[in-house]
Design a binder for this molecule. Sequence first.
Ligand SMILES: [Zn+2]
Length: 564
Amino acid sequence: MKYEKLGDLLVKSGAITPAQLDEALALQVNSGERLGSILQKHGFITEHQLIDTLMSQLGVEFIDLNSCAIPPEMAQLLPKGTAKKHMVVPVRATRTDVHLAMADPLNFVAVEEVRALTRRQVIPMIATASAVERAVQNLYSNQGAMLAIEEMQRDLLGSQYGGGAVVQPQSVAVDEEEAGAAPAIRLVNSIIDRACTEDASDIHMEPGEDSMTIRMRIDGALRTIIPVPRELQSSVISRLKIMARLDISQKQLPQDGRANVTVRQETLDLRISTLPTIHGEKVVIRLLRKAPELVTMEGIGLEGENLERFCSLVDHSAEGIILMVGPTGSGKTSTLYTIINRLNREEVNLVSLEDPVEYHIGGVCQVQINDKTGLTFANVLRSVLRQDPDIIAVGEIRDGETAEIAMRAAMTGHLVLSTIHTNNAVSSIDRLLDIGVEPYLIAGAVKGIISQRLLRKVCPYCRKPYTPSQEELAALGMAPGDYTFYKGEGCSECFGTGYRGRTGVFEILPMTSAIRHAVHSRSVKELEAAVSGADFRPLIENCRRLVLEGVTSGEEVQRVLGGI
Ligand SMILES: [Zn+2]
């Protein structure tokens, strides 16, 4: 490839005029910015046109970094500083050459530097600047983990072949642990650190036939982060078990524990659980972080009419029970915390029974439930009732005994807040009847039921409007018509998924006399009819509104709500 000046090349190909080039060059003298970005900033050329011109004029290939996996060892080939300085990232390499994704393939200083550092021939490829930036960030964020893995492998080789082969059978387990200790700690720390950077909610460590895969749940979906060689599996698992004070030698039974770690001044509560699988123990770590922005009404996605309904239900109930329902991961605990925050005042005694305690709230008496020590929801609830409570939050109603005590408390001058793991209002009432709660208690105590789900939000960086097909409209229960939907095309900001962040979507059902009557009759059909006759906006209607506003996509609503 012959090096030409970018400006001359663009003029020659007719992409920009000589006058535009002069103007951009004059600006460059003052700002020192790259010519390509100045031309884009001033609207002389789009990134697409720039890439097209460079591809055809230089014969360099375009590489879509969002859809190609860069091998982690590329991080060792080129220092992060060089990659960042020149906006380049190595994507693959042989012994003689390296393919280099570049935001500006005409940057011959970068090519020369990479050639000297890698001692390989550089084959430039073109990529968008934002994709290179994201790829550099991703590649090098795994570097800490990669280095720790290498170090562990070296130590393991050393302990197998190095020194005199003195066997100490009585302390094998300890030796094994000590041999890989320091790098194992580093590896575990770098994995947790990465989880924080990505705002992951869980880390999964899954042993397979050849290696242990580390995946993280980011915005509700699992993403593969890094493989850990099989021979290092046991030191990593041992390290986690030590952190959570679990029995290292017990590998045949599931265990669970908790640990506290500090990552960049933030204290994290980790819930660590193990499960024996055919390839070894699988470990799942749930990260519980303080996220104050999530526990406000706006933060969880309450707005407009729903916000008004929510406030009137929460503020005007001095006694009774408010239920939050939804499947796992639907955000009902965040809603419970939001209500606790709102009702937390000096003049009330607010007691919260939680499993686990996820956030600390000043002024609220929070109790950690622990079935092992007898601190069950039912037992604690009984004790709390002897302590003059005004408002009681019960983390979850799982059994008939807890449900019954909660309902009785709700009918004797207390406001009770709780969650039930069911799909909607009707099924939650059905569940309560099922676990043996008397219909008169349900009819008398329940003030309102908030059903909810979490929906992924369309990525604002790659959001594009489109006209939905009749099938898509039908799937959302919409009549044929002219509508505009939105979806993300996938970009470096959203891992190519088209989604970034999540929002809650709600259905707030007030208790009506028709519903009360239906509860007494114990008929699901009558209950369904009573619910649909109540004055409220169903979940699906709120979902459709979010789709039309471009907050989420039709596909996402179908994925979360299933067949509607
Ligand atoms: Zn995007």
